[in-house]
Each structure stands twice: as C-alpha cells, then as structure tokens.
Design a protein around this ligand. Structure first.
Ligand SMILES: [Zn+2]
Length: 92
C-alpha cells in the first residue's frame, strides 16, 4: 500500500508538533486570558449612578456647559465632555 510511508511521515510530524507546541502555549495562552479578564468598567448610563439607601449618587461629574444628564468621561488627569468637548483638569 502506498499509504504506509505517508502514515509514517504523518506520525513523525505529529511527534514533532507537540514538542514545539509544548514550549509555546505557556507564553501564548497567558496574554489571551488577560485580555478576556480586562473587563474594566461597566458600561451604560446605569454605571454612572449608585444607589445608597434612598439617595442616588453620580459616579462622574456632569458637564458644566451641557448641564445635568451629560456625564463627563473620567481620564487619568482630566474629565471631558463627549458632547461639547469641555475639559476640566483634575486638581491635585
Ligand atoms: Zn458638555
């Protein structure tokens, strides 16, 4: 049968593969896991409000120009309004 030499080659290939993969997966699999876990924040307006008892508190400041209802984005050094572009720098 002409299939036998092929099978041998396939068997050899499979033998070589796991060894090569065994070294790689440890390094390869980690970043993928981290990326999936990078669920930093809740999204949507509901994330901007926290209910404490009978009070509602806002997680972000609202835009001074646009008024209440326009929350500002929280950057590491500033808040910005996505609606009008207003930026307020955080004081230290
Ligand atoms: Zn605004």
């Amino acid at each position: 049968m002409p299939a036998k030499p092929k099978d041998d080659a396939a068997a050899k290939k499979e033998e070589a593969k796991p060894a090569a993969e065994a070294a790689a997966p440890a390094a390869k699999a980690k970043p993928e896991k981290k990326r999936e876990k990078k669920h930093r924040e809740e999204k949507g307006v509901h994330a901007m409000y926290k209910v404490e008892g009978n009070k509602v508190t806002r997680a972000r400041p609202t835009c001074e120009r646009c008024g209440p209802g326009y929350f500002m984005a929280d950057h590491h050094d500033r808040y910005t309004c996505g609606h009008c572009g207003f930026t307020r720098y955080k004081q230290k």
